[in-house]
Design a protein around this ligand. Structure first.
Ligand SMILES: *[C@@H]1O[C@H](CO)[C@@H](O)[C@H](O)[C@H]1NC(C)=O
Ligand SMILES: *[C@@H]1O[C@H](CO)[C@@H](O)[C@H](O)[C@H]1NC(C)=O
Ligand SMILES: *[C@@H]1O[C@H](CO)[C@@H](O)[C@H](O)[C@H]1NC(C)=O
Ligand SMILES: *[C@@H]1O[C@H](CO)[C@@H](O)[C@H](O)[C@H]1NC(C)=O
Ligand SMILES: *[C@@H]1O[C@H](CO)[C@@H](O)[C@H](O)[C@H]1NC(C)=O
Length: 491
């Protein structure tokens, strides 16, 4: 059994952060930071998983011939050696430049086993044997591992760099047996039981890290939001490891099956790390405004932003009779005909985030159609610039929001019924925006889109702040076991 402290110092020596900062390379629009508190949470989760995978655990049997004073040569077999309980009273996690160290100290571990011995002497020419049970208590164990974390082609690669388990003390309690047996066992088997435990635990840790690694490898590179938009969650750049946190950057833009040019026009504002102020939270997620613009571009290119309005709260406005006094010439030309409105966006809505506001600007065309004898006759086209201000909230693991109208401007694009007095039309358009357009937008925004959170984790007590060009979500997380493999949330 090696000296625990020396080995731990060796492990930790990998982990003196030198704060060499990474050169910024690929563009990232969403970054995430796991704080000290978050790392502790994950560490506790991993340790509880490790503990439950370690108990019960069967160790290989141990056999030995011993020379015992007076008794003579004795053959002893320890079998069915089972670790049935592991306790980890204290542990900590420490990120370093190249990876993360997790140390569990003062770990105790209880084992049960069967013992058997046999011997014969020239005095008594028959074989003497006995057997029974024993309980073994392993104390003051130090268990540590360091794992490297790197970005390999857009996914995270976790690799075991070092791993050790060091037993300090063992006590053995025999159930029955001769009195000489106890001392003989302690002298002869202590080290072997100790290293059997050390090996078993080290192997389990290796296994655990490789499972965790394959889990990270299996994370998808995109989260499908619906049949139009997917969030690109490819990791870019190396994880940023500081002495108290780990940062990740992902591409973070929405893409659409249809390739469209304007999706690539984003300019990252030079800011990377998330800064969560206030009481410390486990996780911070920073989203650049271009994340939202890429979402809006995806929906725009998916021709999602065009719709026909044939029902409004004031249905009389969908008959030319309702417009008799507003546009007399319309009524004159098409008396008592039903109408609909064809609203289509002329460019993707633009979202700007400033310290005080989240603003959206929408350019739309409003075509008023008359429905006459089964025919759709477009009569007027009005172009609109709608300005709305938004608010965001967390709904489950989704970032959702809502908008309200700030103001709008309108101008006549074309008319088939001559010139119009726009100020008379304005209240009608206002009503359409308030009662049709905004509720429609809000019903979509209310669902929101999934944040890149690994399945099984849920955001808790999330707080949202925004600053120049980005939104920050600072949150604690909870974990619930699920039968499915851990994957990203998606709808
Ligand atoms: C082996 O150990 C386990 C756990 O202590 C016990 O349940 C089982 O009965 C033992 N088997 C034998 C053959 O002694
Ligand atoms: C483990 O061993 C310790 C010391 O012998 C004892 O106090 C404790 O109760 C044991 N735990 C179990 C679950 O047997
Ligand atoms: C982490 O690094 C910062 C800045 O280099 C330093 O001020 C702080 O004391 C370090 N914290 C620990 C726990 O080492
Ligand atoms: C996703 O992001 C990665 C890294 O930025 C990029 O290489 C890849 O082309 C993106 N995928 C799509 C579908 O845009
Ligand atoms: C709605 O208007 C757009 C042009 O802005 C046009 O392309 C589309 O065909 C119209 N849709 C209907 C159903 O009339």
């Amino acid at each position: 059994m090696a000296q625990p402290t020396i080995i731990l110092i060796l492990i930790l020596s990998f982990f003196i952060p030198s704060h060499t900062h990474l050169q910024p390379t690929d563009q990232s629009y969403i970054s995430m930071l796991i704080s000290n508190k978050g790392l502790d949470f994950i560490k506790d989760l991993l340790i509880s998983k490790a503990v439950s995978s370690l108990a019960p655990l069967q160790l290989p049997k141990i056999e030995k011939n011993l020379k015992i004073p007076v008794v003579g040569n004795v053959h002893i077999v320890l079998s069915n050696i089972t670790i049935y309980r592991v306790d980890v009273p204290s542990s900590y996690v420490k990120p370093g430049d190249t990876g993360v160290a997790i140390i569990a100290s003062g770990t105790t571990c209880n084992l049960s086993m069967n013992w058997y011995y046999s011997y014969s002497t020239w005095l008594v020419p028959v074989k003497i044997s006995d057997q029974g049970r024993a309980l073994v208590q392993v104390e003051g164990m130090e268990v540590g591992l360091t794992s490297g974390l790197e970005n390999r082609e857009g996914t995270l690669k976790l690799s075991l760099m070092d791993c050790g388990c060091y037993v300090r003390d063992i006590s053995i309690k025999l159930d029955g047996g001769a009195s000489w047996l106890y001392q003989g066992m302690v002298d002869a088997f202590e080290d072997q039981i100790g290293s059997a435990v050390e090996n078993a635990i080290s192997n389990k840790l290796k296994e655990g890290i490789s499972k965790l690694d394959s889990l990270l490898q299996s994370l998808p590179k995109e989260i499908v939001v619906d049949d139009i938009a997917s969030l690109n969650v490819t990791f870019v750049n190396e994880p940023l490891l500081s002495n108290s946190s780990i940062g990740f950057e992902i591409n973070g833009l929405f893409t659409t099956a249809k390739k469209v040019g304007f999706l690539n026009n984003y300019h990252k504002n030079l800011q990377t790390l998330v800064s969560c102020t206030g009481p410390s939270k486990m996780l911070g997620i920073s989203l650049d405004e271009d994340v939202f613009n890429s979402l809006s571009a995806s929906y725009f290119s998916g021709e999602y932003m065009q719709w026909i309005v044939d029902k409004i709260p004031d249905q009389s406005l969908l008959n030319t009779a309702g417009w008799r006094f507003i546009i007399p010439q319309l009524y004159k030309k098409y008396p008592n005909d039903d109408m609909d409105m064809n609203i289509s966006l002329s460019s993707p809505p633009v979202i700007r985030i400033s310290e005080h506001n989240i603003d959206g600007t929408v350019n739309a065309n409003l075509i008023i159609d008359v429905l006459e004898a089964g025919q759709v006759i477009p009569v007027i086209c009005i172009s609109l610039v709608i300005r709305a201000s938004g608010s965001v909230k967390i709904s489950g693991n989704n970032l959702a929001g809502s908008v309200k109208l700030d103001d709008f401007t309108m101008s006549l694009k074309w008319s088939k019924i001559g010139s119009l007095r726009m100020y008379l039309i304005q209240p009608v358009v206002w009503t359409v925006i308030q009662t049709v357009f905004l509720p429609y937008a809000n019903s979509h925004l209310g669902k929101g889109f999934p944040l890149p959170i690994i399945h099984g984790f849920t955001l808790q007590n999330a707080e949202i702040t925004w600053s120049d060009s980005r939104i920050m979500v600072c949150s604690d997380v909870a974990f619930t076991e699920s039968r499915n493999r851990l994957l990203f949330y998606s709808k």
